[in-house]
Design a protein around this ligand. Structure first.
Ligand code: UT7
Length: 318
């Protein structure tokens, strides 16, 4: 028994914040942001929109593409670092907004690797026979946990959601996945604040050792891609599309170079989306499916690294 992605969907909030807009907020420049990260603009959620609202739009589009209804879904996994509330989970809120009453629903917290963790989990649910039709969503309103006076972080992130429908199949879809974590590196990228007795303790905004993250990311991403390829007795030449977490163009370029992979085979959306954490891979998948780049039968390799640290890769036969 296998699982296969049968529909994708994405949603970006209407408000666009360009690098030129950011020049008016912090001491930065369009050229600095573009040359260091490849980002030109990002979308920012309206005050009325929560992560579950972005997820709802993306999910409806994925369900429509798969040709099934919300009632058919028996598993909902939401990857997010910016949940609507402390609890219940954003997945339960999404289930209610979709009008579904029967799906198992829970969140996965693995920051930027969240979608890879969630997709791997959904695949295991389906292959074990515990689910038939899964909705796997990455959704983020990172703008809410950015310090808009800190130019080293606020220029890099954006809001958005991406979703896939994963269904039981007789033919292979998800071929294999590798996940990793190293909690000893958790200080390098974090929002360290916590809520105690009704007030926030510590810094609730994203803080990051940019250069540390950069070096760590390039090292582990190429390693985990090699690991997945080796397990499937495949080489780089067998990859039709690399769909990386869209953190930074230079990380994607460095990883592609290490893997000896032409940038023509890498799906890149960071210029328009910024870093949308758990939403970036499903948004990139949806972009490349809808513009006709990703086609049935092709091998697609997704990889991500994020706070925790967590990292992983997943190989898909589309
Ligand atoms: O999902 C994972 C998320 N995180 C990442 O992907 C981040 C990975 N790291 C990076 O992409 C890069 O390290 C950054 C884009 C964050 C920074 O680029 P960098 O080339 O490592 O720059 P830097 O931190 O070494 O800073 C160089 C200079 C500094 O000024 P001085 O000390 O040389 O005078 C910074 O203060 O750039 C300055 N700077 C800025 N200047 C204009 C830092 N942020 C900005 C800014 N605008 N927004």
């Amino acid at each position: 028994m296998y699982s296969k992605i049968t529909g994708t969907g994405g949603y970006l909030p209407a408000k666009v914040l360009t690098n030129f807009d950011l020049e008016k907020i912090v001491d930065t420049s369009h050229d600095w942001i573009l040359s260091r990260s490849g980002i030109m603009q990002r979308h920012i959620a309206d005050a009325s929109e929560a992560a579950s609202d972005l997820a709802l739009h993306a999910s409806r589009r994925a369900l429509e593409a798969a040709g099934i209804s919300a009632q058919d879904i028996d598993l909902i996994i939401v990857a997010t670092t910016t949940p609507d509330q402390i609890f219940p989970s954003t997945a339960c809120i999404l289930q209610d907004k979709l009008g579904n009453k029967s799906a198992v629903a829970f969140d996965v917290q693995a920051v930027c690797s969240g979608f890879i963790y969630a997709l791997n989990t959904a695949d295991l649910f389906i292959r074990s026979g515990q689910a038939r039709n899964a909705l796997v969503v990455g959704t983020e309103v990172l703008s809410r946990i950015l310090d808009w006076t800190d130019r080293t972080t606020c220029v890099l992130f954006g809001d958005g959601a991406g979703a896939v429908v994963l269904q039981r199949s007789d033919t292979p879809g998800i071929l294999s996945a590798k996940l990793h974590a190293d909690g000893s590196q958790r200080g390098m990228l974090a929002a360290k604040g916590s809520i105690r007795n009704g007030s926030i303790q510590g810094n609730p905004f994203i803080s990051m050792d940019g250069q540390g993250v950069f070096k760590f990311a390039v090292k582990v991403l190429s390693e985990v891609v090699e690991e997945v390829l080796m397990e499937n007795k495949m080489t780089h030449a067998d990859i039709d599309w690399l769909v990386p977490h869209q953190a930074n163009l230079r990380i994607m370029e460095a990883t592609a170079k290490k893997l000896n992979l032409s940038l023509d085979k890498v799906v890149i959306t960071v210029a328009k989306h910024g870093n949308t954490s758990a939403a970036s891979i499903p948004l990139a998948l949806d972009t490349a499916v809808r513009d006709g780049r990703i086609k049935a039968g092709q091998h697609v390799l997704c990889e991500a690294v994020g706070g925790g640290f967590t990292w992983g890769a997943i190989l898909i036969k589309w």
